[in-house]
Design a protein. Sequence first.
Length: 475
Amino acid sequence: MSMRDLRQWLRGAEGLGEVRTVTGADWNVEIGAITELAQHRENGPAVLFDEVKGYPKGYRIVVNSLGSLRRTALTLGLDTNVTAPMELVKTWRARSKKIMPIPAKTVESGPVMEHIDAGAAVNVLKFPTPKWHEHDGGRYIGTGSVDITRDPEEGWVNLGCYRVMIHDRNTVGFYISPGKQGRIQREKWFARGGPMPIAMSFGHDPAIFMAGSLEIPWGVSEYDWVGGLRGRPVDVIEGPVTGLPIPADAEIVIEGFVNPGQRLPEGPFGEWTGYYASKQREEPVVKVEALYHRDKPVLLGSPPVKPPSELAYYRAFLRAAAIEEELEAAGVPDVTGVWCHEVGGSRLFNVVAIRQRYSGHAKQAAVVASQCHAGAYLGRFVVVVDEDIDVMNLEEVMWAICTRCDPEKDIDILHRCWSGPLDPIIPPGQKGLNSRAIIDATRPFEWRDEFPQVAESSPERRAEVLKKWGSTILS
C-alpha cells in the first residue's frame, strides 16, 4: 500500500488494530511519559492524542508510529503479516535493492496550504507541542520532523531529522550533529555569509520522517528515495518564501531563514542514548516568515527515550540491512547476518555474523562495519561472530564473546572516530571524537577445525525430542 500522507498512514495502522487514542492529556510532560510507556513495550501501539489540554479538539499528535514490526512494514510497503524481525530485514534488503529514486513532482497547491499564516500572524505555539521529558529546556515541535535545505553549491535538496525547539511564536532553534548532511549544507551557507533558506515539516507520511533519519547517500534527495519507495513521485510545492520544495500533503510546514550570527540557548533534551547528553548551548535559530497547515493538523512526534525506543526499534531493521549491503559492496563475502541492537540505540552495539573463508576475514568485516556510512556515526562496539550465532540474541552473542574471544588478541581499539556532542561518555569540552572497539568473537581461523565442539543437541535431535516430549516439558 503506497501512502500519500500521515492520515492515510493512520487509516492503515488503524486497520491493523495498532492505534490507541488518548483524549485530555497535558502537553507538559504527560504526553511524553505516555509516549515513553508505549515505546518501551515491544510492538507497542501508535498513540493518537486529541483534545490536548489547552488546545482545540482536532489539533492532534501521533507518536510511536514506527514502534512495531507491522507498522514498519506498512510504512515500507511490505507484507504486514511479517512475524519475525530477521524476516523483515531480509525482505527489506531484497526490496531496497530494487528501489530506483524518483524525483519529486512540483504541483501548484496541496492540503498543507489550507491555512496560510504570514508575518505577524505566524504563531507556532498554536499547535499542542509537548515538553517531552521532565528536564528538557523547552517544547520540541520537531522530533518526527524533517528540515528541508538546499546545497548552495550542488543544488540538491536534503531532508534531515534534527530536533527543533520553540523559542517564541516565530522563532525556533535547531540542533544538527557535526558531520550530518544538513550540518554540512548549513556550514556552506554560513561560509558564504548566509542567510540559509530553510523549511521544516512537522507532520507527514512516516516514510518521509524515516528517510530523513537514515543514511541516504550524499547528493540523493530523500524526496527521491521516498518516491522510489512509493513507486511514484512525492508531490511538492515551491515554497513562496524560500523556493524550497515542501510536501504538498504535509500537516504543518514553516519557512524562514537562518542568519549565521543569530543564536539562542538550545537544550538540554533527552536523547537517543538515554541521557541528557549535551548541555544547553547556543545554536542557530530560524525566523519563521510563513506557516502553513491543514484543517485539524496532526503533529508527528518521535521523541528519543532511553532504549528500547521507537527510534532504536525501526532503525535496527533498516540500519542492519544498510550495513549488510555496505559490507557486500565493500567485497566482504559470506555475511550471514547483521543486527544493530536496540539496547545501543541501534548504533552503539552492532553484531555481524560471517562464514569464515580466510584468515583476517573477521577483522575485515569488523573494520568495514564500524566505518561504513551506515555504521560510522557515534558507534561503540562491533562484534563479529560465526554463522552459528544468532546475531539478534544477546545471550548467544555474549556467550561467543566469553568463549571465542581472547581479549589480548581479539579486541582492537580504533581511535579518533566520528562521534558528536550527544556521546555521554566523552567529557565536556572534548566531544566530537571517540574510540571504537572491534571484537572478534569467532573461532580462530587458523585452528577452527580443532576448536572444542559445542555441547548441545543437534537440531534434528531437538526436533525429535520436542515432537515426543514437548507437550510435557513446555506446557
